[in-house]
Design a protein around this ligand. Structure first.
Ligand SMILES: Nc1ncnc2c1ncn2[C@@H]1O[C@H](COP(=O)(O)OP(=O)(O)O)[C@@H](O)[C@H]1O
Ligand SMILES: Cc1cn([C@H]2C[C@H](O)[C@@H](COP(=O)(O)OP(=O)(O)O)O2)c(=O)[nH]c1=O
Length: 227
């Protein structure tokens, strides 16, 4: 069985950049890794509806915390069989956002923390009810929210298809989301967490090589202990 690793963090933290580099680093080391990004825009009607709601369509859909969370959860439920297949075929399946995104953003929208009822509602919905595979490790890419915001703004200027949505424009929400993520990591929510600081652009390559090796060592160690 492959190792399931989820990369988490606020918008613009650098998750896509880091997860792509990690996959390349594993490939260079002869480890067969594949990356899956959530939401699965263009592949899942639930993901597309969520994106459209965040862009202002579908009336008051985006106002509903649970409504949005259910859409994101159903996108993942539609991918569950594929994820299980991938785990049989590959050494590492790397997820760019996963269930913890729903927990962090939904709790933050409600001004709750990682110990609150919304985080538990997401856990029960996605892992108990929808039976999504539980990640072996969750990685929190920690970055000052002001830096992440600047990166998301830069991306918007460079590419008009990356216009910031209603969550990305809400600085308070991003701050609260970062705080919930830190709480999830501190509580080892659902599985062990690794917290990484997003470094300077010219250090990404070396950082991802180091992290790729560390994550594989870590999962090999826990394999030895638990299986
Ligand atoms: N460590 C870094 N230093 C500087 N810029 C970065 C770094 N990581 C990512 N970026 C840039 O910041 C922007 C957001 O990164 P991205 O990986 O798309 O974030 P996310 O997937 O978390 O929203 C992109 O334009 C990317 O090139
Ligand atoms: C996957 C996921 C994302 N989100 C939020 C985080 C982001 O603010 C937003 C869109 O996801 P994101 O990955 O940032 O997509 P984009 O490529 O459009 O930037 O949805 C949730 O609230 N729950 C989830 O389960």
């Amino acid at each position: 069985m492959g190792t399931l690793i989820a990369v988490e963090g606020v918008d613009g933290a650098g998750k896509f950049t880091l997860s792509s580099r990690l996959v390349r680093a594993w490939e260079r080391a002869g480890i067969d890794a594949v990356r899956v990004g959530f939401p699965r825009y263009g592949e899942s009607i639930h993901a597309d509806l969520a994106a459209e709601a965040l862009a202002g369509e579908h009336g008051d859909l985006a106002d509903g915390v649970n409504a949005m969370a259910v859409l994101f959860a159903l996108d993942r439920a539609g991918a569950a069989a594929d994820l299980r297949r991938m785990l049989h075929r590959h050494d590492v399946v790397l997820l760019d956002r996963y269930v913890a995104s729903n927990a962090a953003y939904s709790a933050a929208r409600r001004h709750e923390d990682a110990a609150g009822p919304t985080v538990e509602w997401v856990r029960s919905l996605e892992f108990d009810r929808l039976v999504l595979p539980v990640p072996d490790v969750q990685l929190y890419l920690q970055v000052p929210v002001s830096v992440a915001e600047e990166r998301a703004r830069g991306r918007e200027q460079a590419d008009e298809s990356r216009a910031r949505d209603v969550y990305e424009r809400d600085g308070g929400l991003q701050e609260r989301t970062a705080a919930v993520y830190a709480g999830l990591a501190a509580r080892s929510w659902v599985s062990p967490w690794v917290v990484v600081e997003s470094g300077a652009a010219d250090e990404i390559e070396a950082d991802s090589d180091r992290l790729a090796a560390q994550l594989v060592d870590r999962t090999a160690e826990s394999d030895g202990m638990t299986r």
